[in-house]
Ligand binder design. Sequence first.
Ligand code: ADP
Ligand code: MG
Length: 606
Amino acid sequence: MLFYNRFMPIRLLSPEVASQIAAGEVVERPASVVKELVENALDAGARSVDVSIRGAGRALVEVADDGKGIPADELSLAVERHATSKLQDANDLFRIDTLGFRGEALASIGSVSRMTITSRAADSQSGARIRIEAGIAGKVEPVGAPQGTVVRVEELFYNVPARLKFLKQDVTERRAIDGLLSRYALAYPQVRFRFTSDSASVLQTSGDGDRRAILASLYGVDVARQMLEVLAEEESDAGQPLRLTGYISPASLTRSNRKEITFFINGRWVSDTPLTQAILQAYHTLLMVGRFPLTALFLEIDPAEVDVNVHPAKAEVRFRSQDKVFSFVQRSVRRALLAYSPVPAMPPAQNLWGGSSVSGNQYPVSGNQFGGQGVGLEWGIAHDNLNAEGKMQNDELSAEPQENVQHSAFSNLPLLRLVGQIGASYLVAEGPDGLYLIDQHAAHERILFEKLMSQRARQNIPSQALLTPEVVQLPPASANLIHEQLPVLQKFGFDVEPFGPGAFQVRAMPVLFSGSDPAAALRALVEDFEEDEAPLQNEIEARVAGRVCKRLAVKAGQALSPEEQRALLENLEACESPRTCPHGRPTMIHLSVDVLERQFGRRGAR
Ligand code: ADP
Ligand code: MG
């Protein structure tokens, strides 16, 4: 039940309150302010857009552009609700070629902040400024200003405390802005974007039109290099052909969520579209369950064929012929995918049977999955002889057959006899009750994970200094994340320090991972982080550990010497939960004697 006063008469809301209510639809969080202001700049034909924020956008959002500007005599109109220069009559609604058209953004933002707009129109000699506080506009005053517009939004929601309470942690709000600007930078490669957060430069693009270069600054050079280009066009009855351009990841490069599926329709970022499904269908059978591609796709379609006026923040669209567009997107993506990356016979197919030239414990690994460079990988088992419990002493890779008896006491696996390796990916072993097929990657992941966690529990993670500290450059969003996780990394024996914008220097790694690529370890931590993840500290730790172990574990496709196969098996037997990897996938398949007999028709099946 609502606690309203039943004797309260019906009244019209004051313009301020009505305006705040309407503002809620457009301005939900600092990122929405950034979005509206950047879209205005782009609509004004800006070649350069500078965004700076303070305090995750609560204290300040400022967007400066060099677009056509707002004439002084239109300034006070610009901040009124439903005032726009982009629509004339209702028919225009069905052929919208600008990002804005509702004439609501400036009014909405002005009603929930202290906003100052300074602008000089292309053909005017001097500029003008207007200030709006909580929806009340001041006088327009002349000021000197370069051509273009600067909108300064201070103390967002200062007059709507209820809204402030709904804002997430600074990190999350900042990440939303970051994600948004990254996407706009990608969509408008001819525009020079600069993004500064609390005076630190976060993102900068050159505006030279090179999309792959922007991909590189967002995702890192390795990812950018692997992305496949999509370029498809199809005639349409509507007049303007359908065009799909942009980049998609090959099947080997995936994420654990859909957040990196970016789709723009006529220059507008649309987060919620059935076309995401079209993209996923294009990847059908090529991706493992629960894995998603990265895309930056740009659809151009006759404006008359798409309705963008479905959602106040314009985050959704509708198509006149949805099926046609759907199938066009699906076919175009599929074609690009198959043209570049034939279906792997055994994922990941790279370097199948490779790595046979073994020197010591070191394996050459094709790093294609993770970015083109070879990842030097070591077992991390050989060095780990500092454990307290005696049973762990068997970690050492040794040619001597190990005494397995005491293992089984600790383990919920029976004693296994190694038979060999198949497909450079699986170990075959025999147990008292049949055959075991063991996924070497999942198994190694489990082993590393348990070791790391048990060392952590004992507060004793041996760390080893790198001979030459390695500098890792990360995309802005990832760099932010690493910053937050630095204390966790330290607890795990990583010595990592900030090293300039977006860069980190790795000076030491856990001994368990020595020989592994420090860059791969760092990236593993941040690639799949969910936007709103703020789990409890111990969950973070387990997750961080899980990620690193996954990334640094031996891969499928690596041939192992018999000694290494045996060591892997023994280490697995010593695990507390040997049957699944830390992510819950099985490490092994068991074919019991019973099953075998039935399959071979030796026993009365059926
Ligand atoms: P809309 O973008 O839907 O038209 P806004 O409230 O965002 O509504 O902006 C109102 C008007 O102010 C725009 O139609 C445009 O004429 C003008 N305007 C806003 N921002 C800029 C800008 N950065 N450069 C030039 N004109 C702008
Ligand atoms: Mg607008």
